[in-house]
Design a protein around this ligand. Sequence first.
Ligand SMILES: [Zn+2]
Length: 308
Amino acid sequence: MIQDPSSEDIAVPSITSWEDIFGRSAYASDVDGTKTELLDVIAPYRGLQPAKPCGLTNCHTPHNNGYLIVTADNRETNIGADCGKKHFPEFAAQTRKIERILKEQNLRAIVQGAQSRADATRAVIASLRTEERGAEWVTRCLLGLRQAVVNVDPQLWHVLKRRANTGDTVVNEVRERSKKEVREMVAANLGRAEELRFESKPTGRLSGLEVLSNRLDLNANLVKGAEASLQAVVAIDARRSGGKALQTAAKSVGEIDSSLALVREAIASGRLFFTDANLALVAFIAADEAKRKKLSGLTVATLSTKRT
Ligand SMILES: [Zn+2]
Protein backbone atom coordinates (compact mmCIF):
# COMPACT_ATOMS: atom_id res chain seq x y z
CA MET A 1 0.00 0.00 0.00
CA ILE A 2 1.33 3.37 -0.94
CA GLN A 3 0.62 6.29 1.31
CA ASP A 4 0.62 9.82 0.16
CA PRO A 5 3.61 11.68 1.49
CA SER A 6 2.19 14.94 2.75
CA SER A 7 -0.23 14.97 5.66
CA GLU A 8 -2.66 17.11 3.66
CA ASP A 9 -2.76 14.73 0.69
CA ILE A 10 -2.56 17.68 -1.68
CA ALA A 11 -0.29 18.34 -4.59
CA VAL A 12 0.01 22.06 -5.22
CA PRO A 13 0.04 22.68 -8.97
CA SER A 14 2.80 24.89 -10.24
CA ILE A 15 1.49 28.00 -11.99
CA THR A 16 3.94 29.56 -14.39
CA SER A 17 1.66 31.29 -16.91
CA TRP A 18 -1.86 32.72 -17.07
CA GLU A 19 -2.79 29.75 -19.27
CA ASP A 20 -2.25 27.52 -16.23
CA ILE A 21 -5.12 29.47 -14.60
CA PHE A 22 -7.45 30.39 -17.47
CA GLY A 23 -7.15 26.94 -19.01
CA ARG A 24 -8.70 25.19 -16.01
CA SER A 25 -12.20 23.83 -16.69
CA ALA A 26 -13.70 25.33 -13.52
CA TYR A 27 -12.19 28.75 -14.14
CA ALA A 28 -14.51 31.75 -13.79
CA SER A 29 -13.41 35.31 -14.43
CA ASP A 30 -16.14 36.92 -12.36
CA VAL A 31 -16.94 35.58 -8.89
CA ASP A 32 -19.05 37.49 -6.40
CA GLY A 33 -17.33 37.02 -3.07
CA THR A 34 -20.44 38.14 -1.19
CA LYS A 35 -22.52 35.30 -2.60
CA THR A 36 -20.17 32.37 -2.08
CA GLU A 37 -17.48 31.23 0.35
CA LEU A 38 -13.87 30.25 -0.01
CA LEU A 39 -13.51 26.49 -0.13
CA ASP A 40 -9.77 26.22 -0.67
CA VAL A 41 -6.68 28.05 -1.82
CA ILE A 42 -5.27 25.90 -4.64
CA ALA A 43 -1.93 27.54 -5.43
CA PRO A 44 -0.09 30.84 -5.40
CA TYR A 45 1.06 32.55 -8.57
CA ARG A 46 3.95 34.97 -8.69
CA GLY A 47 5.14 37.57 -11.16
CA LEU A 48 2.84 36.61 -14.06
CA GLN A 49 3.05 39.08 -16.95
CA PRO A 50 1.11 41.16 -17.74
CA ALA A 51 -1.07 41.78 -14.69
CA LYS A 52 -4.58 40.39 -15.19
CA PRO A 53 -7.81 41.47 -13.48
CA CYS A 54 -8.71 39.93 -10.16
CA GLY A 55 -11.61 37.50 -10.47
CA LEU A 56 -13.71 39.11 -7.76
CA THR A 57 -16.72 41.07 -9.04
CA ASN A 58 -16.11 44.06 -6.80
CA CYS A 59 -12.36 44.28 -7.53
CA HIS A 60 -11.14 43.34 -11.04
CA THR A 61 -7.85 45.14 -10.27
CA PRO A 62 -5.00 43.74 -12.38
CA HIS A 63 -2.58 41.67 -10.27
CA ASN A 64 0.75 40.02 -11.08
CA ASN A 65 0.77 38.07 -7.85
CA GLY A 66 -2.04 36.27 -6.12
CA TYR A 67 -3.74 32.96 -5.52
CA LEU A 68 -5.86 30.56 -7.46
CA ILE A 69 -8.81 29.67 -5.26
CA VAL A 70 -11.89 27.47 -5.42
CA THR A 71 -15.17 28.63 -3.94
CA ALA A 72 -17.93 26.66 -2.24
CA ASP A 73 -19.92 26.61 -5.53
CA ASN A 74 -16.96 24.90 -7.22
CA ARG A 75 -15.73 27.78 -9.32
CA GLU A 76 -12.06 28.67 -9.54
CA THR A 77 -10.69 32.16 -9.89
CA ASN A 78 -7.59 34.29 -9.35
CA ILE A 79 -7.49 36.82 -6.53
CA GLY A 80 -4.89 39.05 -4.89
CA ALA A 81 -3.77 38.52 -1.31
CA ASP A 82 -5.46 41.69 -0.06
CA CYS A 83 -8.79 40.77 -1.67
CA GLY A 84 -8.52 37.30 -0.17
CA LYS A 85 -8.02 38.63 3.33
CA LYS A 86 -10.83 41.15 2.93
CA HIS A 87 -13.47 38.77 1.61
CA PHE A 88 -12.65 35.39 3.14
CA PRO A 89 -11.96 34.92 6.86
CA GLU A 90 -10.24 31.56 6.22
CA PHE A 91 -7.93 32.96 3.58
CA ALA A 92 -4.82 33.67 5.70
CA ALA A 93 -4.79 30.21 7.30
CA GLN A 94 -5.37 28.57 3.92
CA THR A 95 -2.52 30.41 2.21
CA ARG A 96 -0.15 29.55 5.06
CA LYS A 97 -1.06 25.90 4.68
CA ILE A 98 -0.60 25.97 0.91
CA GLU A 99 2.75 27.81 1.17
CA ARG A 100 3.95 25.20 3.64
CA ILE A 101 2.93 22.33 1.36
CA LEU A 102 4.51 24.06 -1.61
CA LYS A 103 7.76 24.57 0.25
CA GLU A 104 7.79 20.89 1.22
CA GLN A 105 7.01 19.93 -2.38
CA ASN A 106 9.96 21.99 -3.60
CA LEU A 107 12.29 20.46 -1.02
CA ARG A 108 11.11 16.99 -2.03
CA ALA A 109 11.81 17.77 -5.69
CA ILE A 110 15.33 18.95 -4.80
CA VAL A 111 16.05 15.78 -2.82
CA GLN A 112 14.53 13.44 -5.40
CA GLY A 113 16.45 15.20 -8.17
CA ALA A 114 19.72 14.67 -6.29
CA GLN A 115 18.77 11.04 -5.61
CA SER A 116 18.16 10.38 -9.28
CA ARG A 117 21.57 11.88 -10.07
CA ALA A 118 23.34 9.95 -7.29
CA ASP A 119 25.19 7.52 -9.58
CA ALA A 120 26.40 10.34 -11.79
CA THR A 121 27.51 12.31 -8.73
CA ARG A 122 29.41 9.28 -7.40
CA ALA A 123 31.17 8.99 -10.73
CA VAL A 124 32.09 12.69 -10.61
CA ILE A 125 33.51 12.31 -7.10
CA ALA A 126 35.51 9.21 -8.08
CA SER A 127 36.92 10.98 -11.08
CA LEU A 128 37.87 14.14 -9.17
CA ARG A 129 39.56 11.91 -6.63
CA THR A 130 41.58 9.68 -8.91
CA GLU A 131 42.05 11.63 -12.16
CA GLU A 132 45.56 12.58 -13.18
CA ARG A 133 46.73 15.41 -10.92
CA GLY A 134 43.35 15.17 -9.16
CA ALA A 135 42.38 15.40 -5.49
CA GLU A 136 44.53 12.44 -4.38
CA TRP A 137 47.56 13.82 -6.19
CA VAL A 138 47.09 17.28 -4.68
CA THR A 139 46.65 15.76 -1.22
CA ARG A 140 49.85 13.70 -1.60
CA CYS A 141 51.73 16.81 -2.68
CA LEU A 142 50.33 18.79 0.25
CA LEU A 143 51.27 16.16 2.79
CA GLY A 144 54.69 15.68 1.18
CA LEU A 145 55.37 19.39 1.22
CA ARG A 146 54.24 19.79 4.81
CA GLN A 147 56.50 16.97 5.93
CA ALA A 148 59.50 18.28 4.00
CA VAL A 149 59.03 21.83 5.23
CA VAL A 150 58.32 20.95 8.87
CA ASN A 151 61.42 18.73 8.98
CA VAL A 152 63.60 21.68 8.06
CA ASP A 153 61.79 24.80 9.26
CA PRO A 154 58.50 24.33 11.19
CA GLN A 155 57.98 28.09 11.26
CA LEU A 156 58.02 28.20 7.47
CA TRP A 157 54.91 26.03 7.32
CA HIS A 158 53.02 28.61 9.39
CA VAL A 159 54.37 31.38 7.19
CA LEU A 160 53.10 29.58 4.08
CA LYS A 161 49.70 28.93 5.63
CA ARG A 162 49.39 32.55 6.68
CA ARG A 163 50.40 33.74 3.24
CA ALA A 164 47.85 31.37 1.68
CA ASN A 165 45.08 32.58 3.97
CA THR A 166 45.81 36.24 3.29
CA GLY A 167 46.67 35.97 -0.40
CA ASP A 168 50.24 37.16 0.16
CA THR A 169 51.86 35.52 -2.85
CA VAL A 170 54.80 37.76 -3.71
CA VAL A 171 58.22 36.42 -2.76
CA ASN A 172 60.80 39.11 -2.15
CA GLU A 173 64.52 38.86 -2.31
CA VAL A 174 66.03 40.82 0.54
CA ARG A 175 69.61 42.12 0.21
CA GLU A 176 71.65 44.15 2.63
CA ARG A 177 73.07 47.32 1.02
CA SER A 178 76.70 48.19 1.48
CA LYS A 179 77.56 51.05 3.80
CA LYS A 180 78.73 53.06 0.78
CA GLU A 181 75.41 52.56 -1.02
CA VAL A 182 73.47 53.67 2.05
CA ARG A 183 75.68 56.75 2.51
CA GLU A 184 75.07 57.79 -1.09
CA MET A 185 71.34 57.29 -0.80
CA VAL A 186 71.17 59.33 2.40
CA ALA A 187 73.15 62.06 0.65
CA ALA A 188 70.60 61.98 -2.16
CA ASN A 189 67.82 62.53 0.41
CA LEU A 190 66.22 59.13 -0.28
CA GLY A 191 65.58 58.43 3.41
CA ARG A 192 67.29 57.72 6.69
CA ALA A 193 70.12 55.20 6.96
CA GLU A 194 68.22 52.65 9.09
CA GLU A 195 65.36 52.58 6.59
CA LEU A 196 67.72 52.06 3.66
CA ARG A 197 69.77 49.23 5.08
CA PHE A 198 67.86 46.47 3.28
CA GLU A 199 66.69 46.31 -0.27
CA SER A 200 63.69 44.16 -0.99
CA LYS A 201 62.65 43.29 -4.51
CA PRO A 202 60.10 40.80 -5.77
CA THR A 203 61.62 37.69 -7.31
CA GLY A 204 58.47 35.75 -7.99
CA ARG A 205 54.88 34.98 -7.24
CA LEU A 206 53.52 31.78 -5.72
CA SER A 207 50.71 30.93 -8.12
CA GLY A 208 48.01 28.64 -6.77
CA LEU A 209 49.13 29.27 -3.19
CA GLU A 210 45.48 29.22 -2.16
CA VAL A 211 45.65 25.42 -2.18
CA LEU A 212 47.31 25.76 1.25
CA SER A 213 44.53 27.98 2.62
CA ASN A 214 42.20 26.76 5.32
CA ARG A 215 39.29 27.30 2.95
CA LEU A 216 40.55 24.87 0.30
CA ASP A 217 42.65 22.47 2.33
CA LEU A 218 41.92 19.06 0.88
CA ASN A 219 43.05 17.56 4.15
CA ALA A 220 39.88 19.01 5.62
CA ASN A 221 38.19 16.13 3.86
CA LEU A 222 36.27 18.07 1.27
CA VAL A 223 35.89 14.95 -0.84
CA LYS A 224 34.72 12.83 2.09
CA GLY A 225 32.37 15.67 3.03
CA ALA A 226 30.74 15.52 -0.40
CA GLU A 227 30.44 11.73 -0.12
CA ALA A 228 28.87 11.97 3.33
CA SER A 229 26.35 14.56 2.14
CA LEU A 230 25.45 12.39 -0.83
CA GLN A 231 25.03 9.39 1.46
CA ALA A 232 22.67 11.41 3.69
CA VAL A 233 20.60 12.44 0.67
CA VAL A 234 20.35 8.91 -0.71
CA ALA A 235 19.41 7.45 2.68
CA ILE A 236 16.19 9.42 3.05
CA ASP A 237 12.81 8.21 1.75
CA ALA A 238 11.85 11.50 0.13
CA ARG A 239 8.28 10.44 -0.69
CA ARG A 240 7.41 9.66 2.89
CA SER A 241 9.52 12.23 4.66
CA GLY A 242 8.52 15.74 5.46
CA GLY A 243 9.36 18.66 7.67
CA LYS A 244 12.75 18.68 9.31
CA ALA A 245 14.08 15.50 7.65
CA LEU A 246 13.32 16.88 4.22
CA GLN A 247 14.86 20.24 5.06
CA THR A 248 18.05 18.59 6.32
CA ALA A 249 18.30 16.42 3.20
CA ALA A 250 17.77 19.43 0.90
CA LYS A 251 20.52 21.23 2.80
CA SER A 252 22.80 18.24 2.21
CA VAL A 253 22.09 18.52 -1.53
CA GLY A 254 23.47 22.05 -1.41
CA GLU A 255 26.48 20.83 0.56
CA ILE A 256 27.36 18.22 -2.07
CA ASP A 257 27.55 20.96 -4.68
CA SER A 258 29.48 23.42 -2.52
CA SER A 259 31.98 20.75 -1.39
CA LEU A 260 32.58 19.63 -4.97
CA ALA A 261 33.03 23.23 -6.10
CA LEU A 262 35.73 23.61 -3.43
CA VAL A 263 37.36 20.33 -4.48
CA ARG A 264 37.53 21.57 -8.07
CA GLU A 265 39.01 24.86 -6.90
CA ALA A 266 41.55 23.04 -4.73
CA ILE A 267 42.60 20.81 -7.63
CA ALA A 268 42.94 23.82 -9.96
CA SER A 269 45.02 25.70 -7.35
CA GLY A 270 47.08 22.60 -6.59
CA ARG A 271 47.93 22.17 -10.27
CA LEU A 272 49.15 25.76 -10.38
CA PHE A 273 51.02 25.57 -7.11
CA PHE A 274 52.81 22.25 -7.34
CA THR A 275 55.45 23.07 -9.93
CA ASP A 276 59.18 22.87 -9.41
CA ALA A 277 59.50 26.64 -9.99
CA ASN A 278 57.05 27.36 -7.17
CA LEU A 279 58.78 24.89 -4.86
CA ALA A 280 62.05 26.73 -5.47
CA LEU A 281 60.31 29.94 -4.37
CA VAL A 282 59.00 28.19 -1.25
CA ALA A 283 62.58 27.27 -0.36
CA PHE A 284 63.51 30.90 -0.88
CA ILE A 285 61.14 32.04 1.90
CA ALA A 286 62.94 29.90 4.49
CA ALA A 287 64.50 31.80 7.36
CA ASP A 288 68.19 31.36 6.55
CA GLU A 289 70.66 30.13 3.97
CA ALA A 290 71.16 26.68 5.53
CA LYS A 291 67.42 25.99 5.54
CA ARG A 292 67.06 27.33 2.02
CA LYS A 293 69.74 24.94 0.89
CA LYS A 294 68.08 21.96 2.52
CA LEU A 295 64.75 22.81 0.89
CA SER A 296 66.18 23.65 -2.49
CA GLY A 297 65.95 20.07 -3.72
CA LEU A 298 62.17 19.88 -3.50
CA THR A 299 60.49 18.57 -6.65
CA VAL A 300 56.93 17.75 -7.49
CA ALA A 301 58.01 14.27 -8.50
CA THR A 302 59.27 13.52 -4.99
CA LEU A 303 56.34 15.12 -3.20
CA SER A 304 53.75 13.30 -5.23
CA THR A 305 55.31 9.86 -4.93
CA LYS A 306 52.80 7.35 -3.64
CA ARG A 307 53.67 6.25 -0.15
CA THR A 308 52.67 2.81 0.96
ZN1 LIG B 1 -8.63 41.88 -6.23
